[in-house]
Write a protein of this length. Structure first.
Length: 287
């Protein structure tokens, strides 16, 4: 009997570790990066990647964003087959590009094309942080420039969604050149009385925030989006001062006059449709 007390199998399961509690089945459930609530991925997708609990705006793929915004079957994609090369022979860059193509299902970090919102036509450029963190390389800049030129030809507005970690280091100065290239194209578009709408999503940083992301006639952002050029720590070390907690958030920029509005994702389609309608009906656009 005494022996049995030491050899008997345990009747009770062990308490799982904290790590085990936090593990989420891949693809089935998604954890909010803000409030940590775990939700069914399909329910989160129905809610446009907005947390059901705290309304935090999770990152969204370019194609999902277009699907939520545009009229059904109205999208015509431009330059889908354009792919980046490795012009500087940067070690491992080609392999990373191929890996991102397979992971994201995209050839580059941006999708461009023509579509309609409530019947109003526009040219769209939508960045995707799932491909090289939405970084700006030569192909990204070229696709944006070509999209702007198509908008000029058709005389319709240009709408861009940004989500980027900045310039792509593997392409060096060729990446930085895209800042001037896209900015020049937008200036030409503006001179032709074109309407430019920029929507900055989380995150929009570096050379992207310092160029085409900030050159809209309307500059909007999603709630809580990180928007800025240099990182917080670098700025604090440079100016030798502590920055506000909400520094470089969409709300901070709105308060200081750098944005026209912060728009919840659920209200964005209606807001864009209203703006397009106003300009189409005598608000200064040529189309």
């Amino acid at each position: 009997m005494l022996k049995d007390l030491f050899t008997k199998k345990k009747k009770y399961a062990s308490v799982p570790s904290e790590q085990a509690k936090q593990d989420v089945p891949e693809g089935i459930m998604t954890k909010c990066s803000n409030c940590k609530k775990i939700m069914l991925t399909k329910e989160l997708k129905k809610n446009m990647q907005v947390c059901i609990s705290c309304s935090y705006h999770l990152q969204m793929t370019a194609r999902d964003r277009l699907l939520c915004l545009l009229d059904e079957s109205s999208f015509e994609e431009y330059d889908e087959g354009m792919v980046s090369e490795n012009p500087l022979n940067f070690p491992g860059y080609s392999e990373k590009l191929e890996k991102d193509r397979q992971k994201s299902g995209l050839n580059e970090a941006i999708v461009t094309g023509k579509g309609k919102i409530d019947g109003h036509p526009a040219v769209f450029a939508v960045m995707d942080s799932g491909f090289r963190m939405g970084s700006m390389g030569s192909v990204v800049g070229e696709k944006i420039t070509r999209a702007i030129e198509r908008a000029i030809e058709e005389g319709i507005p240009f709408i861009i969604f940004t989500a980027s970690g900045g310039a792509r280091m593997q392409e060096g100065v060729l990446s930085l050149m895209q800042m001037a290239k896209t900015s020049s194209a937008l200036k030409m578009f503006s001179d032709n009385k074109g309407l430019i709408i920029s929507i900055m999503t989380h995150p929009t940083t570096g050379g992207v925030s310092a160029s085409f992301a900030s050159l809209g006639d309307y500059n909007f952002a999603e709630p809580g989006a990180l928007i800025g050029f240099a990182g917080r720590r670098i700025i604090e070390q440079t100016i030798r001062e502590d920055l506000p907690e909400d520094f470089q958030t969409a709300e901070f920029l709105l308060k200081h006059g750098q944005l026209d509005a912060v728009i919840h994702r659920h209200q964005l389609k209606e807001s864009l449709a209203n703006i397009l309608g106003i300009h189409q009906n005598g608000g200064g656009s040529q189309w």
